[in-house]
Structure formats: structure tokens, C-alpha cells
Design a protein. Structure first.
Length: 97
């Protein structure tokens, strides 16, 4: 399973916790190319055991996990967050891919 560092997100205007993030992205250290995944693709990759994700916060890698909202809809957040994906939302906006 490959671990990826998330360095940016593409946000939406959604107000519900599961609607706030559209895409996650980062840079592949092996080749320096940018990568992106929709929130749904990232959730499937985590649940299938194909990939894991983290963000750097305070110099430490903080794991990204799949959470289920009160409406039964899955979304991404870090282990450091409560219900809102605040750590992911605080990342810079991904540049145009």
C-alpha cells in the first residue's frame, strides 16, 4: 500500500461536512509530478487498502481517514479533526491540474 502526502485540496461551496472537499492532491516524490483524486476515489482507495494518505501538521504526518457523516455519507478528515475536515480545508487550493 502506497502512502501519499496531501498538500492541497479543491474545495466546494457545500455546507455539509461531506460536501466541503471535491479533490485532494499532492506531488509524487518519485517523479515530481502532481497527482489528484476526487474525494470518492480517495475513499475507495483507502477502503480497498490500495492507498493511504496523510498531511503534515506541526512537522508530523497526520493520517487521513474515512468518516461517515450523520447522514450516512462518507468523507475524508484527519485523525486530528473532530467532525469537520478542518486540517484538509486549511490546506492551500490545488493549482489547476
Amino acid at each position: 500500500m502506497k502512502d501519499h502526502e496531501i498538500t492541497c485540496t479543491q474545495k466546494t461551496d457545500g455546507t455539509q461536512v461531506h460536501e466541503r472537499i471535491k479533490l485532494i492532491g499532492g506531488i509524487d516524490p518519485a517523479d515530481g509530478k502532481r497527482w489528484k483524486l476526487s474525494q470518492g476515489e480517495a475513499i475507495m482507495a483507502i477502503q480497498d487498502g490500495r492507498a493511504s494518505f496523510h498531511v503534515k501538521a506541526g512537522g508530523k504526518a497526520v493520517p487521513v481517514v474515512v468518516q461517515t457523516s450523520a447522514w450516512g455519507i462518507k468523507y475524508l478528515k484527519t485523525t486530528a479533526d473532530k467532525d469537520q475536515p478542518s486540517t484538509l480545508l486549511n490546506l492551500p487550493e490545488c493549482p489547476y491540474f
